[in-house]
Design a protein around this ligand. Structure first.
Ligand code: UGA
Length: 426
């Protein structure tokens, strides 16, 4: 099949590369010329572990709409849908892409336009109406993505399901052919109308965000009753109705998806005058999570952060990505700075341009003269640091592990005061 992707962000680029790996002829379009020239020279503008191994000659990169091959079977739209100040999803990039398609494809073109970006329920229908008004014969389908940053290749090759929202059953064949390499491996194909498909994506992300907010609240409770959140998560996760995933307590959920999508869904409920008690509580719980983490750090250093040297390990919103959008680490740094703490940070991949933050070249260097070491992102390399050396370098031997990833017993035996999240030693 001949497929075009519009937008080479995380979703578009990973999906494009992997579709070409499946043998489809793929063209990826992005109006950002720098990105496209980087891609043409074989360099990836994003960090996604292993993606470079899947680049092959069946994928082409272009920066002009008029260069979209006329023989295209489907155009996937994978542009951003950031939050507007109102909380609603900003659909201007989607409609911008649609306008460009209308302009550059012949008016009699009936190519299938597949909306892969996360969009509010009803968006595909809106696009259909818009196309009809413009006299275009382009057809529309919803095909939300479920790729996690950092694990996108695994998720692409072994998805739990493929969701297709289509209002005209005849349009299904194109997508069935495109996804045949996966469906022949018995990956379930959920075919529904476009509004339901759009809702499935929002509901999935919101439900997962609720699981994280729930386990974080249980962690707070574990700390005061002296219970162990890790064992609690294991104990409840074995119940298949609950499931073991997304029960890792931590500094709160971040990234470019959960915070934006749950906010958009909650905003939608307001528009339709529906109660959204669950969604709003999850948003609020996650909002105060970083404040609580900063209180925890403050308590650990004696109740006053002013003038304290705090080392923050990790900037990315989770391990395996360079993405710092809505990262708990960034929020925690800002809150610590507001209380006049001095921040030194290290992340193996992610970067920040936050003012007055010292960026260290290594985790060890970041710990020099620190009053406390705070692990915010769960990069595996932080497990294997030379803590004997770090012990000697730190002014005060305090570790606050917001991901429960370090060996608390060993660190305590070395003489560190160790604080985890929701575990009895706190
Ligand atoms: C999420 C979804 O998992 C994907 O299925 C979806 O396609 C994607 O959003 C999207 O909408 O594009 P992603 O944002 O990459 O993927 O990150 P997740 O791995 O889901 O983690 C989200 C946040 O929850 C992170 O801040 C992570 O640290 C946090 N989290 C996750 C926890 O604190 N505990 C957990 O047990 C799991």
């Amino acid at each position: 099949m001949n497929i075009t992707f519009i937008g080479t962000g995380y979703v578009g680029l990973v999906s494009g590369v992997m579709m070409s790996y499946f043998g489809h002829n793929v063209t990826c379009l992005d109006t950002n010329h720098t990105k496209i020239s980087q891609l043409k020279s074989g360099r990836l503008p994003i960090y996604e572990p292993g993606l470079e191994n899947y680049l092959n000659s069946k994928i082409k990169f272009i920066d002009q709409y008029q260069d979209i091959p006329t023989a295209t079977d489907a155009v996937f739209i994978t542009v951003g849908t950031p939050s507007l100040p109102s909380g609603e999803a900003d659909l201007s990039y989607i409609f911008g892409a649609i306008d460009n398609l209308i302009e550059c494809l012949k008016t009699d073109s009936n190519i299938l336009t597949v909306i892969k970006s996360t969009v509010p329920p009803g968006t595909c229908k809106k696009i259909e109406d818009y196309l009809a008004k413009k006299g275009s014969r382009l057809k529309v389908a919803a095909n939300p993505e479920f790729l996690r940053e950092g694990k996108a290749i695994e998720d692409f090759l072994h998805p739990d399901r493929i969701v297709i929202g289509i209002d005209n059953p005849q349009d299904l064949r194109v997508l069935e052919n495109i996804y045949q390499p996966l469906t022949k491996k018995n990956i379930p194909l959920v075919v529904t109308d476009s509004v339901t498909a759009e809702m499935i994506k929002y509901a999935s992300n919101s439900f997962l965000a609720a699981k994280v907010a729930f386990i974080n609240e249980m962690a707070d409770l574990c700390e005061v009753v002296n219970a162990d959140i890790e064992k609690l998560a294991y104990g409840i996760g074995l119940d298949h109705r609950i499931g073991k995933d997304f029960l890792k307590a931590g500094p709160g959920f971040g990234g470019s998806c959960f915070p934006k999508d749950i906010l958009a869904l909650s905003t939608l409920t307001k528009k339709y005058k529906i109660d959204s008690l669950v969604l709003d509580s999850v948003i609020q719980a996650n909002k105060i999570r970083t404040d609580n983490m900063v209180d925890k750090i403050s308590r650990a250093v004696g109740g006053n952060l002013k003038g304290k040297n705090i080392t923050i390990l990790g900037l990315a919103f989770k391990a395996g990505t360079d993405d710092v959008r809505s990262s708990p680490a960034i929020k925690i740094i800002e809150l610590l700075q507001a209380q006049k703490a001095h921040i030194t940070t290290y992340d193996p991949i992610a970067k920040t341009d936050l003012a007055e933050v010292k960026i260290a070249a290594s985790a060890n260097e970041a710990c020099d003269n620190a009053d406390a070491l705070v692990v915010v992102t769960e990069w595996p390399e932080f497990k294997n640091l030379d803590f004997e050396k770090i012990y000697k370098m730190m002014k005060n031997k305090i570790i606050i592990d917001l991901r429960n990833m370090l060996d608390s017993h060993t660190l305590t035996a070395m003489g560190f005061k160790y604080y985890g999240v929701g575990i009895p030693s706190c």
